[in-house]
Design a protein around this ligand. Structure first.
Ligand SMILES: [Zn+2]
Length: 339
């Protein structure tokens, strides 16, 4: 484990120390893949069952998922899919190759956000970027998947949450899947991102009447030790649920991790997005996410003369962040707990 502490900007634009507790794994041994596509591994049971896919490193600086997949591939002598097939992919490996613990945000992506390029217009369009090239390589695997888990982490030290999908576009079936997994504690149904389609919102995943389901786990702060445990715990539950891996293997390793599922899972539905109007956008205090603003009208942020206030009682802040602040950037989303 790296013991040093670096200084990064927190979401008020001040300096706050963020320890890097996780060490990025050496993924070079997985570069060849076994599918003809670099860093993509597929294991087929030869029996009927779901086509399951797990992706890590959608964002190159979110290393907890890579640690979980590196572990699973590394103990491949202990498992074989028992039904269906399992595809394990490291996503934005070009961004990850730039990983530098002294500048951990620089490896998020190379040209553009890899998780905003999944619409057909974009994938099959004329534009080119490092991320688009990789997405075009991975698209056939994504489109063949019936159950997909995309592993992420967050800028702030927020409790783990599952991004289940967009409201009316797959979010409900993602939430149902997460309830079967019994993790995490917070199940988020949002409205997608105007900047571009996420992988979990692609094609049949966004069709409420199609059984194919994709979810995105946010395991915690990017570099906190617990995020790697959350990633492995969620991965094991997901593969156990799909029936791809033997119950014994899943149970043994879940027990070894020793994480208990939350007493209850709460559904959190996004209603609004707060968008920066200027580079003067400031939160009124340091938020990490999932804070509940008790009263409608309470101030959340200022932006020059403009004030952003809670639209209703018990407004929940969803993934606040102003890293690389730009005009037009969503700095926080607002929502309600439903149960
Ligand atoms: Zn991410």
């Amino acid at each position: 484990m790296r013991g040093f502490v670096l200084v990064a900007r927190n979401n008020r634009g001040m300096s706050t120390p963020v320890p890097i507790e996780l060490q990025a794994p050496d993924l070079s041994r997985w570069a060849s893949g076994n599918t003809g596509t670099a860093y993509v591994w597929r294991f087929d049971s030869g029996r009927a069952g779901p086509q399951v896919m797990v992706q890590a490193l959608t964002h190159g600086n979110e290393i907890c998922g890579a640690i979980a997949l590196d572990w699973l591939l590394g103990c491949q002598a202990q498992w074989q899919p028992v039904r269906g097939s399992l595809t394990l992919a490291f996503g934005n490996v070009a961004a990850f190759a730039r990983w530098d613990p002294a500048h951990p945000d620089r490896s998020r992506y190379v040209d553009e956000d890899f998780n905003r390029v999944w619409a057909d217009e974009t994938l099959f369009g004329p534009r080119d970027s490092v991320e688009l090239r990789r997405a075009r390589e991975l698209r056939p695997f994504v489109d063949a998947a019936e159950l997909l888990l995309d592993m992420h982490s967050m800028g702030e030290a927020c409790r783990p949450l599952m991004v289940c999908g967009a409201d009316g576009r797959g979010g409900e079936k993602g939430a149902a899947l997460s309830r079967q997994l019994q993790v995490p504690g917070v199940l988020l149904i949002d409205t997608g991102h105007p900047a571009g389609l996420r992988m979990i919102d692609r094609g049949p995943f966004a069709d409420p009447d199609d059984a194919r389901t994709a979810v995105l786990i946010e395991c915690g702060q990017h570099w906190e030790r617990a995020a790697a445990d959350v990633a492995r715990d969620t991965l094991l539950r997901f593969l156990g649920h799909g029936g791809v891996l033997a119950e014994g293997f899943v149970a043994t390793h879940l027990k070894q991790l020793g994480r208990s599922p939350p007493a209850q899972q709460q559904l959190l539905r996004v209603t609004d997005a707060v968008v920066a109007r200027s580079l003067d956008f400031r939160f009124v205090r340091e938020f990490r996410g999932l804070e509940v603003i008790a009263r409608a009208g309470e101030l959340i942020a200022t932006d020059g003369a403009h004030e952003f206030r809670a639209p209703y009682d018990n407004t929940v802040l969803v993934m606040p962040g102003t890293t690389n602040l730009k005009v037009g950037m969503t700095t926080v989303r607002l929502g309600r707990f439903e149960n």
